[in-house]
Design a protein around this ligand. Sequence first.
Ligand code: NAG
Ligand code: NAG
Length: 142
Amino acid sequence: MKNIILFSTLVLLFQVALYTCQTQKCNLKGKWKNQLGSTMNISKGQNDGYFTGSYLTTVTREKNVEIKISPISGVVHNSSEPIFAFLVKWSFSDSITSFIGQCFDDDKGERLETMWLLRAKASSSENWAATRVGSDVFRRLT
Ligand SMILES: *[C@@H]1O[C@H](CO)[C@@H](O)[C@H](O)[C@H]1NC(C)=O
Ligand SMILES: *[C@@H]1O[C@H](CO)[C@@H](O)[C@H](O)[C@H]1NC(C)=O
């Protein structure tokens, strides 16, 4: 009888651990840094479905501007290794970047793999010239 109780307790503990692991795997909340040294702080994990944050870029094509922290507004699926999208509304230039990507946590480490489109203000004949595309990988800052 004792053994059965012990066994059931162990099974239960294992299931709880597994569940916790799965639901927490790759959480967006926290501080991140990309390959160029830009950093961002994300205020919430995926459980809420929406998040906000702040972004500090190290690079800009704008001339004679002072780079400032810019606001992030995003959506995320409530799942393990979630996909997400967010916007950065640059506070020092008349442009917006949209990021889309997925959070991974595997043998290559916890990271956000993203692609982005940056749109700067232009006349309609320069639509595409005013849109840039790229990709960034963010790693968690500890
Ligand atoms: C997100 O998932 C977690 C774990 O499955 C659950 O507890 C939580 O209620 C979910 N949140 C939403 C907004 O669905
Ligand atoms: C992130 O938070 C830290 C303080 O915890 C702050 O020093 C840093 O400027 C913030 N970065 C951004 C991009 O908001």
